[in-house]
Write a protein that binds this ligand. Structure first.
Ligand code: GLY
Ligand code: MN
Ligand code: MN
Length: 395
């Protein structure tokens, strides 16, 4: 039995050191395999490829498997990526501990950012403080590109430029996650640049927070993940209708002029799933709210996010197809869209499941009063050295 690995993230010396396995450059992989597979006996080759959660019909790994089978008829090559992804759904106690540590460091960074933020700063100043906090507590890197999006940028889901000066009327979405020994946190907080939510910002924020709380009430040991999604959507829909941003709960619009297709008006403001698994990848296989399948149960060993949002994009009314039905809707929702324009709010927390139940592990301030209280504290420089976290690393 031989195992041959390539690993862009670890590098060749890292593969040997971390995994105790032989690594090869992927450019030479085929040649190495050819030489290993020349024997007469039948060989079974299990191939673990890239983890793409949205699985295409023919992945790169499938193509490699097909090519190898053609070159070596005696070899039974199998793509076992999906089987390994299945194993990754359930984390061991040691993995959950690393996720806890990644999340704890990320919570520190959220708190630092809340204390630091003042109108007139650039998003990159906040990003820099966040990533500094990750590294000085032993996290090796961000688990994904740090999102600090203010004003109109708060309404872009994966805004990564982090280069805009914000002023006192803006909200700032901070979607961040430290990676600790490879495991990524994923925690979002949305804060007012001024330190105080305006009445309109407060209305949107509280709707998202209520949706998250409704999803959390469904997040119970062995519960079906999709109940979290359903309850969050229902709360957001009711709130959007009350604010005048949609016509009514359940109302639809023409989302595709050509195909006369109907979509929920909800999706104009909330266009992503309620959550996903976390782990070695920030979007890891595992329990999430998006799927209705019985497989998405919150079983012990699960680690996942709950992250509802409302995003009032500045160009929303321009990008809706101008059908007669939509023009009637636009006339009704225009005042509210103009009122709440450029307010994007996402609140994202991380949870792990053990035999004891579901535990909320990302305890950064998230109620309006808690955020405002922390932001009111004067910034006197970065927090003192946290010897506890350095000792985690030492051990
Ligand atoms: N940071 C990406 C996400 O929240 O899914
Ligand atoms: Mn997420
Ligand atoms: Mn996130």
């Amino acid at each position: 039995e031989r195992e041959v690995w390539t690993g862009a993230r670890l590098g060749l010396p890292g593969i040997e050191r971390t995994l105790g396995l032989e690594g090869r450059e992927s450019a030479t992989l085929l040649r190495v395999l050819d030489s290993l597979l020349t024997g007469d006996s039948t060989t079974i080759l299990n191939i673990v490829g890239d983890f793409a959660l949205g699985r295409q019909s023919q992945t790169e790994t499938d193509q490699r498997v097909a090519a190898l089978t053609k070159r070596h008829p005696r070899v039974v090559a199998r793509n076992v990526t999906a089987a390994v992804a299945e194993l990754r759904r359930i984390k061991s106690a040691a993995e959950l501990d690393l996720i806890r540590k990644a999340v704890a460091i990320t919570v520190d960074a959220q708190r630092e950012a809340m204390r630091f933020i003042e109108p007139g700063q650039n998003e990159f100043e906040v990003q820099a403080l966040i990533e500094y906090t990750f590294r000085r507590n032993g996290a090796e890197r961000p688990g994904f590109s740090t999102i600090v999006g203010s004003g109109p940028n708060s309404t872009t889901l994966h805004y990564n430029a982090d280069d805009r000066f914000f002023d006192r009327n803006d909200v700032i979405v901070m979607d961040i996650g430290a990676a600790y020994h490879g495991y990524s946190a994923d925690v979002t907080r949305t804060v007012p640049a001024s330190g105080k939510f305006s009445a309109d910002q407060r209305a949107i924020y509280q709707a998202v927070r209520n949706a998250q709380a409704a999803a959390e009430r469904q997040a119970k040991l062995n519960a079906q993940g999709h109940l979290m999604a359903d309850s969050a959507s229902a709360v957001i829909e009711a709130a959007l209708a009350k604010l005048g941003l949609i016509e009514a709960p359940g109302a639809t619009y023409d989302c595709n002029m050509a195909a006369s297709q109907q979509c929920d008006q909800l999706f104009l403001y909330y266009m992503h799933g309620v959550g996903h698994g976390i782990g070695l990848d920030v979007h890891d296989p595992g329990a999430a709210g998006g799927s209705g399948s019985g497989a998405a149960l919150l079983v012990p060993g699960s680690a996942f996010t709950i992250e509802p949002g409302i995003y009032v994009r500045p160009n929303l009314l321009d990008i809706i197809p101008k059908t007669p039905r939509n023009l009637a809707m636009i006339a009704k929702i225009r005042p509210a869209v103009e009122r709440y324009r450029n307010i994007g709010v996402r609140i994202e927390d991380d949870y792990i499941v053990t035999e004891q139940g579901v535990e909320w592990i990302s305890r950064a301030p998230r109620e309006i009063s808690e955020i405002e209280a922390l932001m009111a504290q004067p910034w006197t420089g970065p927090a003192p050295r946290d010897i506890t976290k350095i000792d985690w690393y030492r051990r």
